[in-house]
Design a binder for this molecule. Structure first.
Ligand SMILES: [Zn+2]
Length: 451
């Protein structure tokens, strides 16, 4: 069995792991690179082998940095099955066409305003490409075995990160391998905790927060204070949020805060039709999260859904206290970018960052205290208050990653630390080596190992 790291090696995005066995090939995750320009440019590189030579794809979860390259792979000739859980498929049905749509919109905006270096700017793939890729899906529940290529048996288990998110256990004659996928929290607001890992010879472990511990602070109290403080000075809270996962957690908390009258009854806008649909998907997968039907309904009703572009633009003219939740989560694109352009220069407003901000994204610049950010070719001053809600992360922190891996029923022969910036990955590598003495390595982009 040969494993090649085609993404998420030394970085948090672009997850893609190629497995080759008996002349067949399966790709575990098929994500887009995001963040730094040199990473984003990788999305445009030709796939390292002819796409039609990939026999199958297996997705750990629906986030675009794990699924968003699929339409591009299909465009290049991949036509095999895509294995995923039911909820992952449901979410991809929203996310993949939307990802194509955003790319078309960005290309069109760049052409209209002439700030692209490419003429004309082109999308990597379109909404129609995103929709076409959905036909390839085959779903399996957690624990149900499937064989994506001959001689390689796989099974999903719950990873607790977002709806449908899974770890993937891989077994073949002579060995086994476990992909952690993105791991969720032990105590999440919405999601159930990750299942303990099954035994495997080799482990591919994520390390998004490999060097950090989330604050113990209660996110409900913290969010309530931010909203109260901002509305007291007449400002607006703008929240860039992943449409799937954090947007729902925020709405759930806002619903509770309003019900307990801990915040004023101010208007809350969910400016992402997709986030609204994702909220509906919570209703469809009741066994996978902590909310009962009534809580789900309250969460759905916590915000006014903004559908049209006109309505979205009209939010930028708001002059009274409100909360605007909008994608994308790292402020790299989507409607939230327009809100930031309008809201960031005003000191009364607050920019609330509720999820991981990958290096090179606008979100990371704002989190790092940048006094201005570049939006659509313009320098926009950041005078608004900036708050990070670490306690709202959908990712396990360092301690949780260590505890998860510590539950392995037997010592693995080798661990590969991926899906983290270099410092986070290396810090987790050291911690695991110290705690258990297991051999760990942080693979490099396109490195191949024989298992
Ligand atoms: Zn994720």
């Amino acid at each position: 069995m040969r494993l090649t790291f085609l993404g998420a090696a030394g970085t948090v995005t672009g997850s893609k792991y190629l497995l080759e066995h008996g002349g067949r090939r399966v790709l575990v995750d098929c994500g887009l690179f995001q963040g730094l320009k040199q990473l984003r440019l990788r999305n445009w590189d030709a796939f390292p082998l002819p796409a039609r030579q990939v026999d199958a794809v297996v997705l750990t979860h629906a986030h675009i940095d794990h699924s968003g390259y699929l339409p591009a792979l299909a465009k290049q000739g991949f036509h095999g099955p895509v294995f995923a859980t039911d909820a992952t498929r449901d979410l991809c049905e929203l996310l993949l066409p939307d990802s194509g749509h955003l790319q078309e919109e960005d290309a069109e905006y760049a052409n209209r305003h002439g700030f692209s270096k490419h003429h004309p700017a082109l999308p990597l793939y379109t909404e129609a490409d995103g929709r076409r890729a959905l036909r390839l899906f085959r779903t399996h529940e957690w624990g149900e075995p499937f064989e994506p290529i001959a001689g390689v048996r796989m099974r999903f288990s719950r990873a607790g990160h977002i709806l449908g998110a899974s770890s993937v256990h891989v077994a073949w004659d002579g060995g086994s391998l476990l992909f952690s996928g993105d791991l969720g929290r032990e105590q999440d607001l919405l999601m159930l905790p990750p299942e303990p890992p099954p035994a495997a010879d080799h482990i591919v472990l994520e390390s998004t927060y490999g060097d950090r511990t989330h604050e113990e602070e209660d996110p409900e109290t913290e969010l309530g204070e931010v909203i109260r403080r901002t509305s007291a000075r007449g400002g607006i809270v703008v929240v860039p949020a992943f449409a799937v996962g954090r947007a729902q957690a925020l709405m759930y908390l806002i619903a509770r805060l309003k019900q307990a009258q801990r915040i004023p009854d101010l208007p809350v806008f969910l400016n992402s039709p997709m986030a609204a649909d994702a909220t509906e998907i919570f209703h469809r997968h009741h066994g996978e999260h902590r909310l009962d039907a009534a809580e789900c309904r309250r969460m759905c009703e916590a915000a006014r859904i903004v559908n049209s572009v006109e309505e979205s633009q009209s939010l930028n003219a708001l002059r009274s206290p409100a909360v605007i939740i909008s994608a994308s989560g790292m402020a790299t694109g989507g409607r939230v970018v327009h809100h930031l352009k309008a809201m960031a220069p005003d000191r009364r407003n607050t920019i609330l960052l509720a999820g991981y901000q990958a290096a090179g994204t606008r979100g990371a610049s704002i989190a790092g205290g940048a006094r201005e950010v570049k939006i659509h070719g313009e320098h926009v001053p950041v005078r608004a208050e900036v708050v990070m809600l670490g306690a709202m992360s959908a990712h396990a922190d360092r301690g949780e990653l260590l505890r998860w891996v510590g539950k392995l029923p037997r010592p693995p022969r080798q661990l590969f630390i991926t899906h983290g910036e270099p410092v986070a990955a290396d810090s987790l590598r050291q911690a695991i080596e110290e705690a258990h003495g297991w051999p760990c390595m942080v693979p490099e982009h396109r490195q191949a190992v024989d298992l």
